[in-house]
Write a protein that binds this ligand. Structure first.
Ligand SMILES: Nc1ncnc2c1ncn2[C@@H]1O[C@H](COP(=O)(O)OP(=O)(O)OP(=O)(O)O)[C@@H](O)[C@H]1O
Ligand SMILES: [Mg+2]
Length: 416
């Protein structure tokens, strides 16, 4: 047994706003049953997705883990962690190898070799590879092959998506986990975790843009022909909207946050003409009243700006024409009514706030847009688990007995 809590899957999302922990059991059918959830404010330990104060993060982690453990009635020791970083970079690279052997059949070893070859790009000293994801294979010029094992050919090419981030981002996450007494089973870029929970196979095939707008970051992913082609993280999030409300209404940031969450709206479609809201005043003065549609005048320009920055970046990087399948929105900031409408107008593409996978047990509590990362991490964990165990949770004994297609599928599962 590698971990004391091997029968559990625990996910941790370290967001700029809050740290969330979800503990789940694996039921007899190999599905997730959520048994404990813990949340703690990030206590200024995370700014724009990046750890800036280890003490604060450790304290938030400890608090959230304890809550979840009490609810679950179990102690945890190992976790799946969603990582963010200020400057992730994506490289789409290509590896090429010759197929040797008399029968010229492509074997697992050839896949490893071609991925190794594709990996051989210059990565700066201060960066580390976080994920390597095969996009598609080409066998003797025939493109778009997903599972080449067993095929015959002389030349195998593989396009791969490499995600790198600053080594310091990884080190700070590992250090925080270690200080909180947790072993990291897998470190997953938050963009990929959310995508696992939200994107359908059809969307990924056709081409889709995923935007996760949280408290202080907007995470962007482009999928096309089943694979990721672009991932980016922008320092744009709900804090900008709260800041605008605070300035425009001359109220504290904390009150602006309350107003935003209770009445915030990005599109006129969601406001009645005669709706008024109460704005708290400072210094014991009488509260003010405001037509709710005025909030749209304050909020909408900022939301348009956020989507426009993302759109322009995609045009500049050449990915805009790959997203004809539309846009999926997620993250706490997309709870606000009207976000999908504004997005749709800016991009001139279909947009919707994505629905997450529903899990058994306490699963409903982590089914809102602000839980897409935690939700996706649990799915990541269950896929790992089902790869290594049979349906009754017993470790699979005969790894070599698997057929080759299953093996390559497993490998893709791991890499994706
Ligand atoms: N009803 C609501 N209307 C508008 N915004 C909301 C609402 N509920 C939550 N938010 C915003 O969602 C944000 C938190 O979202 P989320 O939990 O996805 O962030 P996070 O994961 O902690 O941060 P990040 O991903 O940026 O590091 C906050 O800015 C909060 O104001
Ligand atoms: Mg987040």
């Amino acid at each position: 047994m590698r971990y004391k809590d091997e029968d559990l899957i625990t996910a941790i999302d370290i967001g700029s706003d809050k740290v969330v922990v979800a503990i789940s059991e694996i039921d007899d059918t190999g599905s997730i049953n959520v048994i404990g959830i813990g949340k703690s404010g990030s206590k200024n330990g995370i700014k724009q997705g990046v750890i800036v104060n280890i003490e604060s993060v450790v304290s938030a982690l400890t608090e959230a883990v304890e809550q979840a453990e009490i609810q679950a009635g179990r102690e945890i020791s190992s976790v799946y962690v969603g990582i963010s970083s200020a400057n992730i970079e994506t490289i789409n690279s290509k590896g090429i190898v010759a197929i040797s052997g008399v029968d010229k059949e492509i074997r697992e070893n050839d896949i490893n070799r071609v991925i190794e070859a594709g990996k051989a790009v210059a990565i700066p000293m201060d960066r580390e590879i976080l994920h390597i994801i095969p996009q598609a294979f080409t066998v003797d010029g025939q493109r778009g092959i997903k599972y080449p094992i067993g095929m015959v050919g002389t030349r195998l090419e593989c396009q791969i998506h490499i995600l790198t981030c600053a080594i310091s981002s990884i080190q700070n996450v590992m250090k925080s986990m270690d200080r909180a007494g947790l072993i990291v089973r897998n470190l997953v870029l938050q963009n990929l975790a959310a995508a696992k929970s939200l994107l359908t196979e059809d969307e990924k095939e056709l081409g889709v843009l995923l935007i996760d707008i949280g408290a202080e970051t907007a995470k962007v992913s482009v999928y096309h022909e089943q694979a990721p082609y672009y991932n980016a993280i922008f320092p744009l999030g709900g804090y900008l909207i709260t800041g605008d409300l605070s300035q425009a209404l001359k109220i504290s940031y904390a009150n602006a946050e309350k107003i935003k969450e209770a009445y915030g709206v990005a599109d006129f479609e969601y406001v009645e003409d005669d709706e008024t809201i109460q704005i708290p005043s400072i210094g014991g003065r009488e509260p003010k009243y405001l037509a709710r549609k005025n909030l749209v005048h304050i909020i909408r320009p900022r939301v348009e700006e956020i989507f426009s920055i993302i759109k322009n970046d995609l045009i500049e990087k050449g990915y805009f024409d790959k997203i004809s399948g539309g846009i999926v929105l997620t993250g706490g900031s997309t709870i606000m009514p009207g976000m999908a409408e504004v997005c749709q107008e800016v991009f001139d593409l279909q947009a919707r706030v994505g629905g997450l996978r529903r899990f058994a047990g306490l699963g409903d509590e982590i089914s809102g847009p602000e839980y897409s990362v935690i939700n996706g991490l649990l799915l990541w964990g269950i896929e790992d688990f089902n790869k290594n165990n049979d349906f009754l949770g017993k470790p699979k004994r005969e790894e070599s007995g698997k057929n080759v297609f299953q093996k390559i599928k497993d490998m893709f599962g791991e890499l994706f």
